[in-house]
Design a protein around this ligand. Structure first.
Ligand code: GLA
Length: 389
């Protein structure tokens, strides 16, 4: 397990366990995971690191090193979202507390613990820092609670925590990627059958992340609104296609035939989903042929669709994609994650990576008057738990 310099800070506190859970970047298949679609995320080489000492008192003490804040809760009062003195838990503590709640609800033991944690995954940047926190805590409690659940099902428990306790109607992609990541590979994940397969990236390509510097809040109503529009589309289309249960079941020709029956905004949202799911299918075939240009073209098309149909882009993300498109060696670029700010993901020819990073940063600064963080990302392994020696 990598020793992030900040992890040393925790390590000096003499924990008994340490956990690393990565963030994720999604290459294609955006907003389709709550429509039973297929996604192609990559587990990042940036992660949440936590160090923990189990306690026998049923109290979980959280030390968020990056925020410089501490909070605690009694495991048997976790549903009330309060600390042992009855004060409301701060928002950031809802992620670990939500995981404890979901595990208890599933009949799994959650021992007390003192936990310190730090994140290399920027918060609110669309790289799933919250899913990484959830997966890290779930893996910690799996290691100390004496129960066995595989990583995929651990991810499902974390999703439940976020849906029911934190209140974001997210899909399963982020928690899945953090739990099941495979070094050097993208993860093809079918969110309906829950089957998945690691796929190698095209040879001589690298993934570059560009952080627009604009932060977003996923809990903001926009994400849940998008999800409702998709549900409304299914409800209306079911009058014409009675066998469908999700937009995954609507083919592009069927959509073209019946979309006129949808209100205009709902039609735009659903068109993105139907075509994005088809794009993932094409992208997987491109990966199997090791065809970086076609894969990249699908990324550009995905961005245009998120911008014009799903309407979750921002001027900063659009600028990053447009600039990237004009730089040598760039196969494809698009916003990644929920949108409304955050990052773009770029597929770049390995030999052009340095020049691409410099060029994108400089042109973005010039055009938008903002600094973008642009860096290489290597596909990493999913969650890991180790004794602290
Ligand atoms: C967020 C959610 C995911 C997914 C993406 C959009 O990251 O947590 O479940 O819906 O947005 O693809």
């Amino acid at each position: 397990m990598d020793l992030d310099p900040r992890f040393q800070q925790i390590y000096s506190r003499k924990p008994t366990l340490r956990v690393r859970a990565p963030g994720r970047v999604n290459l294609l298949g955006e907003h389709v995971d709550y429509n039973d679609g297929m996604v192609l995320p990559v587990a990042l080489d940036r992660a949440i690191y936590l160090a923990a000492t189990p306690t026998g008192d049923g109290i979980v003490t959280l030390q968020a090193l990056d925020l410089g804040e501490t909070a605690s809760f009694c495991v048997d009062q976790v549903a009330a979202k309060v600390d042992p003195q009855g004060r409301p838990l701060p928002g950031w503590a809802h992620y670990p507390a939500g995981v404890a709640w979901a595990l208890l609800e599933a009949g799994l033991e959650v021992p007390g613990a003192q936990v310190a944690y730090t994140s290399q995954v920027p918060i609110g940047a669309g790289l799933s820092s919250s899913a990484a926190v959830e997966v890290a805590f779930a893996a910690l409690w799996r290691a100390t609670g004496g129960w066995l659940v595989d990583n995929l099902n651990l991810a499902r428990l974390c999703q439940r925590a976020e849906n029911r306790y934190v209140g974001v109607a997210c899909g399963l992609m982020d928690q899945f990627a953090s739990a099941c990541g495979v070094e050097g590979h993208a993860l093809y994940f079918d969110t309906r059958s829950l089957e998945w397969e690691p796929l190698p990236l095209p040879p001589e390509t690298v993934i570059v992340i560009a952080d627009s510097g604009v932060r977003r809040s996923l809990a903001s109503s926009a994400y849940n609104e998008r999800r409702q529009a998709c549900e409304q589309a299914v409800e209306i289309l079911r009058s014409y296609l009675p066998e469908i249960t999700a937009l995954r079941d609507v083919s592009p020709p069927e959509f073209a035939a019946y979309s006129t029956f949808l209100p205009p905004v709902v039609a735009r949202r659903a068109e993105h989903i139907v075509k994005e799911i088809a794009r993932v299918g094409s992208a997987v075939r491109a990966l199997q042929r090791q065809d970086a240009p076609i894969f990249g073209a699908l990324m550009y098309a995905g961005h245009a669709s998120l911008r014009d149909l799903y309407e979750v882009s921002t001027p900063e993300l659009d600028a990053l994609v447009e600039i990237a498109r004009g730089l040598p060696g760039c196969y494809g670029a698009r916003l990644t994650g929920a949108g409304f700010g955050g990052c773009t993901v770029n597929l770049v020819k390995e030999g052009n990576a340095e020049e691409f990073i410099q060029g994108l940063s400089a042109a973005y600064q010039q055009r938008m008057g903002r600094q973008a963080q642009v860096y290489l990302c290597r596909a990493s392994a999913g969650v890991e738990v180790k004794p602290a020696d």
